[in-house]
Write a protein that binds this ligand. Sequence first.
Ligand SMILES: O=C(O)c1ccccc1NCC(=O)[C@H](O)[C@H](O)COP(=O)(O)O
Length: 205
Amino acid sequence: MYVKICGLREPEHVTAAVEAGADAIGFVLTRSSRRVTPERARELASAVPSHVLTVAVFAGEAPEEVRAAALEAGVRAVQLHGDHPHEDFTALKDLGVTLIRAGAASTDLRCGAFDEDLLIVDAPKPGSGEPWDWAAVRGRPEGRWMLAGGLDPSNVAEAIAAAGPWGVDVSSGVETAPGVKDSGLIGDFVAAARSASGGSPSSYR
Ligand SMILES: O=C(O)c1ccccc1NCC(=O)[C@H](O)[C@H](O)COP(=O)(O)O
């Protein structure tokens, strides 16, 4: 099970995610209560070992803006959330980073359909913490896909059983208030996701 913890803003939570065994860590560089500057993302990412993927999250920005911010942040992956067209992924291919496409269940559910490397199937409102009908996508997504939207340490096992994803992604469910992460919840989430999948991590690069 691949585990991504998203919306990190403080070094102590980055450390908690790495020590808990997260595979990927996300920094939100778009409009959000979790937004950080590219400079702050670079500071946070500099403490992350190379086996953990650092991800910059965007939603609606033009490819040139994404490129500039991702380069400034020094991340190894870019996540485009929402209605980004295929051309935006094509325009970013030469950045040489992992491309992640994220959207609701109504999107094209084939990982790679937009030349992306990883897919996230999320709730209609990203970062809202609202659970949705995870079972509705069971058997539909293809390839390396993460389930997101309303997951937390207490329901991630149920969500994995319902949807059968390759990985999971969380933000609100490891917070005590919007934008305020909790190291204990981060550890609990990674442990719950891993034990639900028999303890084995999914590999990606
Ligand atoms: O987290 C945000 O505030 C956000 C804002 C705008 C676009 C994307 C955003 N987050 C992307 C993520 O990958 C979240 O982890 C994902 O939507 C799940 O969020 P949650 O339901 O809060 O666990």
